[in-house]
Design a protein around this ligand. Structure first.
Ligand code: A3P
Length: 291
C-alpha cells in the first residue's frame, strides 16, 4: 500500500495532488493579488479547517448569521485551489463575489509569499496536533471518492505518511513553510485544541485580529453555532451536500475529539511523530496538546 496513488495523481514540490486540484489553478494563484481587509485561512487538511472557516465567517458577518443556515460554507468562503470537474474553481467563485474576500487554502506558503509579505491580507493559520490530524486524514482518505476511497489499514496509511506521499505533502514540511510568518502583525495562529478548551477566547481573539468589535451576546450566539453538535447537523457545513464523500464509510464531522490517535498509533508510530514534532514545531516556540 506504500505505493498507493491517488486517481489522477500529480505532484509539485513534494506536495501530492489528485484530480481536485489543477496545476493551472496553483499557477494562477501565484500572481493572485489580495486586498486590504481580506482574509486567507491556511490549514493543513483535517486540522479543523471547516470549524475555523465557519468561525471566521460568523465573526465577519455577524449581522447576517441566518445566511450560515442557508448558503453552503464553500460558497461563502471559497477554497482557492479547488477545481472539481464541471464546477466553478475557487478563483472563479471569488470573481462572482464582492470584496472583502474570505479565502481558504491548503497550499504551502510559497504560493502566497508576495501577498503575505505585502502585509495587506490577514492570514490565519490553523494547526492541530499531528497525531489526531493523521487519524482524521486516514478516515478522509477512506471516505473521499476523489482520493480513490483508500481501502488500506491504519498501518498502511501510516506508511504513506512515512514516505511523505500525502495529499498536500508532509505535515511538518507544510507547517515549517507557514510558521516562519507567525511573528508578522498580519498573521495569527489558531490551535484546534484551543477551540475545544477556550472557544470564547478564540472567537474574541479572532474578532480583535480582524478588527471586529462584537457584543458579548453575539459572541455567545457564534459559540452556539460552532458546537460540534450544531455543526454536525448543519448541512451548510457538514459536507453532506457536496456528493464527494461516502458518508457510509465515515462522516466528515467524525468524532471531533482530542486524543483519538491513542486508538490507532503504535508506540513506534507515536515516537516517530513525536520526534518530528520536537524537531520541527517546538523550535517555533509552539506547544500543542495531544490529549
Ligand atoms: P475528526 O475526523 O477527528 O472528527 P477539516 O475541516 O480540516 O477537514 O477538519 C475536520 C476535522 O475537524 C474532523 O475531525 C471534524 O470532526 C473536526 N471538526 C469540525 N467541526 C468541529 C467542531 N465544531 N468541533 C470539534 N471538531 C470539529
Amino acid at each position: 500500500m506504500a505505493d498507493y496513488r491517488l486517481p489522477g495523481e500529480w505532484s509539485k514540490d513534494g506536495m501530492v495532488f489528485g484530480r481536485t486540484v489543477a496545476k493551472e489553478a496553483i499557477d494562477r494563484l501565484e500572481s493572485f493579488e489580495m486586498s486590504e481587509g481580506e482574509v486567507l485561512l491556511a490549514t493543513y487538511p483535517k486540522t479543523g479547517t471547516t470549524w475555523l472557516q465557519e468561525l471566521i465567517w460568523l465573526v465577519c458577518n455577524s449581522s447576517k448569521m441566518d445566511l450560515a443556515r442557508s448558503v453552503p460554507l464553500d460558497r461563502r468562503f471559497p477554497y482557492l485551489e479547488l477545481q472539481l470537474e464541471g464546477s466553478q474553481s475557487g478563483i472563479e467563485m471569488l470573481q462572482m463575489m464582492s470584496h472583502p474576500f474570505l479565502m481558504k487554502t491548503h497550499l504551502r506558503s510559497e504560493t502566497f509569499r508576495m501577498e503575505i509579505e505585502k502585509g495587506k491580507v490577514k492570514v490565519i493559520i490553523g494547526i492541530r496536533n499531528p497525531k489526531d490530524t493523521l487519524v482524521s486524514f486516514y478516515h478522509f482518505y477512506r471516505m473521499t471518492y476523489n482520493l480513490g476511497n483508500f481501502s488500506g489499514s491504519w498501518d498502511d496509511f501510516f506508511e504513506l505518511y512515512k514516505t511523505k506521499h500525502m495529499l498536500y505533502g508532509d505535515y511538518f514540511q507544510w507547517y515549517s513553510s507557514w510558521l516562519q510568518y507567525i511573528d508578522k502583525p498580519n498573521v495569527m495562529l489558531v490551535k484546534y485544541e484551543d477551540m475545544h478548551h477556550r472557544l470564547s477566547d478564540v472567537i474574541k481573539g479572532v474578532s480583535t485580529f480582524l478588527g471586529k468589535n462584537l457584543p458579548e451576546n453575539v459572541m455567545d450566539d457564534i459559540s452556539l453555532q460552532l458546537s460540534f453538535d450544531s455543526m454536525r447537523h448543519n448541512n451548510m457545513v457538514n459536507k453532506t451536500l457536496t456528493g464527494n464523500f461516502n458518508m457510509q464509510i465515515s462522516s466528515f464531522m467524525r468524532k471531533g475529539k482530542i486524543g483519538d490517535w491513542k486508538n490507532y498509533f503504535s508506540q513506534e508510530q507515536s515516537g516517530a511523530v513525536e520526534k518530528s514534532y520536537k524537531d520541527t514545531i517546538e523550535p517555533f516556540g509552539i506547544g500543542l496538546e495531544f490529549e
